[in-house]
Design a protein around this ligand. Sequence first.
Ligand code: GLY
Length: 313
Amino acid sequence: MCTRNPVIIVHGGCGNYTEDRKEVCLLEVRKAALQGYRLLQQGGSALDAVEEAAVILENHPLFNAGCGSVLNECGEPELDAIIMDGKSLGTGAVAAVRNIANPTKLARLVMEQTKHVMLSDRGAARFAKTMGFPEVPMESLVTERASERWRRNLQPGSTPVDSQIELGTIGAVALDSDGNVACATSTGGLTNKMVGRVGDTPCIGGGGYADNQSGAVSTTGTGEAIMKMTLARLIVFHMEQGMSPAEAADTGLQSMWTRLQSHGGVIVVNNAGDWGAKFTSENMPWAAATGDVLFYGVAVGDVRTSGTADIPQ
Ligand code: GLY
């Protein structure tokens, strides 16, 4: 029986954050990482830990996922999510779902209860109903902040959608004490996106990838660029070729910048418990818990907002 030191890393999305948003988002990713870590310490699986962490952030209105999601061109939230089990390569994803507060949970049901990998829109709604999965009113997934941004973006001369860099997708990767890795990623996508637009998040190898033979990755950034690079799978490939998680993350992000001039962020863990949290944007709130220490940060080189803390027993 393989016993590993469990590890969990959580991110709250890459972008350019205001000072107060930095603080709150960092606090929440720390909470999510701690909650996931507790579960791992109690012998929980990597899959359960990443789901738990993702749901905590989906339930916080400041993140672009779940109840804080940005709105499409018609002013409606359409959500995407993926979850992947590195032991079996089992994957569940949902795309462009409405009236669902926790798409990560629905994605897990797709993985466990269907023979498919991804369900979208009407089919996902139908599946959710069959499973007795809770539907929520659309208004409960629309924050004042998301509405304001949507209205502002409708004004003539507003900043084009793809140059806005506050993305805020959330994600988690983990290694459990049995040596299994998993990832989960969840998002509202890009603000004022076309109806039916699906980004990288639910795409296997884009928004996430997990394989016990190497490790797990969750990504954040502009979905169109991440999909073109298959960024999560690319980073796993670099680990398969012998790179550490940090090197693989830097190399993948650098390739995306060089090839497509697109910023992004990733969290990565390998099957030995080495990990990395990297981004080429200004900010990405992240937290990692392992060996009873919590590591965290939101801006490269900013000692005021990054550091370590002992995890109380
Ligand atoms: N990475 C999130 C999206 O573009 O949908």
